[in-house]
Design a protein around this ligand. Structure first.
Ligand code: SF4
Length: 329
């Protein structure tokens, strides 16, 4: 991340979190702005180049503290499924990431009024009076920014007080500090995205290797936290059958299928508008220039490829005893 400039919304002038973050990263300049979109939505820049100089934007969210997810967008067995956006953009740089096409710039936005997000979830909970699932911030990697703002810590503490909510914290990081000094909480699902080493090396730059992610996940698993593994996206490569089967049999060494919360799987897919934007930035990406099928605003592998990938991975998982599988297709 570019430590030279931090953009801060003027209304955060007296926010204690701002001082803590500035003390940590010691930027050489601070620029005060009216609204985070002034920077995030700048047009005409080169996204790939800007990623090398990714700036930090500190902001205050005024509304939209959560969204209801369509039943088509998730596979978890919860009737009421929501997600929120505590931060925008990511410190990592996965080649398949939709964020590259969703926002004009890669600058990292952190909303510092996390308490308003938690209050909104609490109001929702009182209205629903039923169990519900809240995925925390898929538009970033939350644990990877925990050193800047303790989102995970604050949400875990909230979840401990409200048995109706189940929160999911998904990451590709190897960071353990946000859970290692706490007792496991039944309604907090810690979820690690993993892929075979070769896939990660090729398509997931800046992320810790899957081996260290698995180590962090297995630590949480051993401690008794509900742990989910996400093999998503499954990437179609010439030797994917052998690559994914070997990878999955290795997972069995670290996780007890009975105690694991589940394994979520899904194949490469993307909103078509985002795909068009990203292809403009990545004319040389074999992964993104695959001749995807398009339907209802989404691009994905042809049906027979999707079926083969899902079947291969599902069969390999079942062979190792992993039966709680959530399939996104
Ligand atoms: S870790 Fe997730 S959010 Fe971050 S770049 Fe990779 S796919 Fe995108």
């Amino acid at each position: 991340m570019n430590k030279r400039i931090v953009y801060i919304e003027r209304q955060l002038l007296n926010h204690s979190g701002v001082r803590r973050i500035l003390d940590k990263i010691k930027p050489s300049a601070v620029e005060w702005i009216e609204h985070y979109k002034e920077v995030l939505n700048q047009r005409g820049g080169n996204w790939r180049l800007q990623k090398q100089y990714q700036s930090l934007i500190l902001a205050h969210r005024k509304d939209a503290f959560y969204y209801e997810a369509s039943p088509l967008t998730h596979s978890i067995e919860f009737k009421h499924f929501y997600y929120n956006t505590l931060a925008i953009n990511c410190l990592y740089d996965c080649e398949y990431c939709y964020l590259q096409g969703m926002f004009n710039t890669p600058h990292l936005v952190l909303f510092l009024n996390n308490n308003d997000f938690i209050k909104a979830a609490d109001t929702l909970s009182q209205r629903l009076q039923k169990p519900f699932y809240m995925a925390l911030s898929y538009d970033t990697d939350l644990p990877a920014v925990e050193h800047l703002y303790p989102y995970c810590d604050e949400w875990i503490r909230y979840a401990e007080t409200n048995p109706l909510i189940t929160i999911e914290i998904r990451t590709k990081s190897s960071i353990t500090s946000f859970f290692a000094n706490k007792n496991p909480v039944n309604n907090v699902v810690l979820s690690w995205s993993v892929n075979p080493e070769d896939i990660a090396r090729r398509f997931e730059p800046l992320t810790p290797s899957p081996a260290v992610r698995i180590k962090a996940a297995s630590q949480a698993h051993e401690m008794g936290w509900p742990v989910m593994l996400c093999i998503d996206p499954i990437v179609y490569t010439r030797d994917f059958n052998a690559v994914y089967s070997t990878f999955i049999s290795n997972l069995r060494k670290y996780f007890d299928p009975i105690r694991l919360y589940g394994i979520s799987i899904g194949t490469m897919r993307m909103n078509t508008d985002y795909l068009t934007n990203i292809r403009n930035q990545r004319p040389d990406s074999q992964l993104l220039w695959y001749p995807f099928e398009r339907k209802n605003g989404h691009a994905f592998y042809p049906k027979e490829v999707r079926q083969e990938l899902v079947e291969t991975v599902t069969n390999a998982l079942k062979k190792e005893g992993f039966n709680r599988i959530f399939v996104y297709d």
